[in-house]
Design a binder for this molecule. Sequence first.
Ligand SMILES: NC(=O)c1ccc[n+]([C@@H]2O[C@H](COP(=O)([O-])OP(=O)(O)OC[C@H]3O[C@@H](n4cnc5c(N)ncnc54)[C@H](OP(=O)(O)O)[C@@H]3O)[C@@H](O)[C@H]2O)c1
Length: 218
Amino acid sequence: MSAKKRIAVIGSGVVGQTLANGFIKHGFETMIGSRDAGKLKEWAAKAGPLAKAGTVQEAARFGDLVALAVKGTGAEDAVRLAGPDTLAGKVVIDTTNPIADAPPANGLIKFFTSLDESLMERLQKIAPKARFVKAFSSVGNALMVNPKLHGGPPTMFICGNDTAAKEEVVEILKLFGWEIEDAGAAEAARAIEPLCILWCIPGFLKNDWVHAFKVLRP
Ligand SMILES: NC(=O)c1ccc[n+]([C@@H]2O[C@H](COP(=O)([O-])OP(=O)(O)OC[C@H]3O[C@@H](n4cnc5c(N)ncnc54)[C@H](OP(=O)(O)O)[C@@H]3O)[C@@H](O)[C@H]2O)c1
């Protein structure tokens, strides 16, 4: 993909800012969209000339490619706010996890979805013409951009219904230092999203938050 593509990141939290900084580091003009654009002033001032801050709707219009990085319980609202028509035809990287508000028990976070339905499938139904690709959901923000780990590049699990959209996301993930495991169509998010539960266990049990999955083959 061309380095001239404009990126929208919807969500101003740690994941939104980490991914936006990653896109900017790789030369992409990037706008973070928030329900309260004012809270991004400090980020925009520090992040350099390629950085922009706006509302969720402004960002969705701005981006040729959109990364959704909002709280799982707000993800459906965020897609409605961005506008299914605005997102139509655009690649939407879905980083979200359907984490419920209930606290973790014995290190296991709780989801508000079942194993028969993923959050990304719900989002795809709200914006059927958006080209959703699940990515970045199964690793902590500290390792999302060009992770340096013993054992080489870790594996990012992706899925989505649009093959060309996945190819674009693969290019980004390679730029961001990842190996890619394509798990297939959107419903594979039912398997990818729960990796977040597994990923968080060492964090809650041992305060170990810096690790990533890797698929090994002979
Ligand atoms: N933290 C990680 O290391 C990590 C790793 C992998 C995946 N994820 C996933 O990435 C997503 C973002 O995580 P995070 O840690 O950055 O912070 P977060 O607290 O989960 O999400 C923060 C963002 O969610 C937005 N938001 C909350 N409720 C909303 C609503 N009702 N409508 C629209 N937007 C809403 C807020 O947007 P405003 O700016 O508009 O307030 C804020 O920017 C989550 O789904 C999380 O599961 C996180």
